[in-house]
Ligand binder design. Structure first.
Ligand code: NAD
Ligand code: UD1
Length: 336
């Protein structure tokens, strides 16, 4: 089986490429490298002894995507997209164009070439503020920012597409908070600019690239006052894609699955766990809340467990230890 990974040079894409190669799949990565480096693919090859075919190009280049698909591709995992919430508020047209129009172009190419099996990178952000916990897949979707709305709109397009033609088999994979890195420390998350997310920020404080962590609010209605999230190890997430690909032949239509651990950790708990990994305290201060942050978010993962036979296995300490190994060995991310 040959799988096309759009955005395959990125953080989650590169870890998934590794897992797929190890499972015996052939992998083609199509990436415009807007937020990644070709070095990640080189390292996946070295780690696995396999070979990812990298196609440098844009999702919106339908001809290029069609020719990649015609080269024996059986299924697509669609990671490619822009993902910074603040940037999406400042540049909504860029986000809707890249994420939504780019996805439409990919879907036209898939339809034209008869490749109709797809796993899509969605996000827990599509749920917005929820009334009940844990979050189940049947809860209403109410994304609260342009980035999240691109995910919600793409999901809707995929549901309508699958409704029009039962040859489509589509997984809407709603990731919670992906963190960590491959155990080797050779591949990991390499955010460009100032990291928006908690763990990459803490990791950059630990390695000396940032002065201190600012904790966004300690007055939330949670046991220690800081927000709670469902952090999931990127290698567990990568295995989740393999599980989805293997299950999809039995699932005509479009189906949503949460990918998380089902357990929440607070900002304080993440900071303490990272300090354990590093072996000393990390500089931090308490700041005001970040607008738009939900107090608590964690997944009900029972649907993925029963339908995909997938569940996360790594602890928060594993996530921090692996994230730290990557950051320590690559303080400035990938070279170049
Ligand atoms: P990433 O930025 O590392 O990977 C995305 C990749 O897509 C990058 O390599 C980028 O260069 C590429 N890309 C973007 N637009 C493209 C285009 N038009 N054509 C070709 N390539 C393009 O991000 P990631 O963390 O690996 O996320 C992968 C997917 O998962 C994204 O769709 C993201 O929205 C989604 N997601 C991520 C998280 C997270 O916290 N990391 C959480 C939920 C969902
Ligand atoms: C953010 C995005 C969400 C996206 C998710 C991907 C926002 C509003 N939401 O969510 O759309 O799907 O990332 O993983 O940006 N924190 C700090 N200090 C920091 C950074 C974060 O205290 O420097 C806190 C945040 O307030 C939050 C927690 O850490 O409570 C986790 O933050 P983050 O990693 O950004 O994830 P999400 O808030 O879940």
């Amino acid at each position: 089986m040959k799988i096309l990974l759009t955005g395959g040079a990125g953080y989650i894409g590169s870890h998934t490429a590794l897992v797929l190669l190890e499972a015996g799949y052939e992998v083609v990565a199509l990436d415009n490298l807007v937020n990644s480096s070709a070095e990640s693919v080189v390292r996946v090859d070295k780690l696995t002894g396999g070979s990812v075919q990298l196609v440098v190009g844009d999702l919106s280049d339908q001809g290029l995507v069609e020719s990649a698909l015609r080269d024996g591709v059986d299924a697509v995992i669609h990671f490619a997209g822009l993902k910074a919430v603040g940037e999406s508020i400042a540049q909504p047209l860029r986000y809707f164009s890249n994420n939504v129009s780019g996805s439409l172009s990919l879907l036209r190419a898939m339809d034209a070439t008869g490749v109709r099996t797809l796993a899509f990178s969605s996000s827990a952000t599509v749920y917005g503020e929820v009334e009940r916990l844990p979050i189940t897949e049947d809860m209403p979707l109410c994304a609260a920012n342009p980035y999240g709305r691109t995910k919600q709109q793409i999901e809707q397009i995929l549901v309508d597409l699958a409704g029009s033609d039962d040859r489509w088999h589509i997984a809407l994979l709603r990731y919670f908070n992906p963190v960590g890195a491959h155990r080797s420390g050779r591949i990991g998350e390499d955010p460009h600019g100032v990291p928006n997310n908690l763990m990459p920020f803490v990791a950059q404080v630990a390695v000396g690239r940032r002065e201190k962590l600012v904790i966004y609010g300690t007055d939330y209605p949670t046991p220690d006052g800081t927000c709670i999230r469902d952090y999931v190890h990127v290698m567990d997430l990568a295995r989740g894609h393999l599980a989805a690909l293997e299950a999809l032949p039995d699932w005509p239509g479009a189906h949503a699955w949460n990918l998380g651990t089902g357990r929440g950790a607070s900002v304080w708990e993440v900071l303490r766990a990272f300090e354990r990994a590093v072996g000393h305290d990390l500089a931090h201060q308490v700041g005001p809340r970040r607008p738009g942050d939900a107090p608590v978010s964690y997944a009900d993962t029972s649907r993925a467990a029963s339908d995909l036979s997938w569940s996360a296995t790594h602890s928060l300490d594993d996530m921090c230890a692996d994230h730290w190994r990557w950051q320590q060995d690559n303080p400035d991310g990938y070279p170049g």
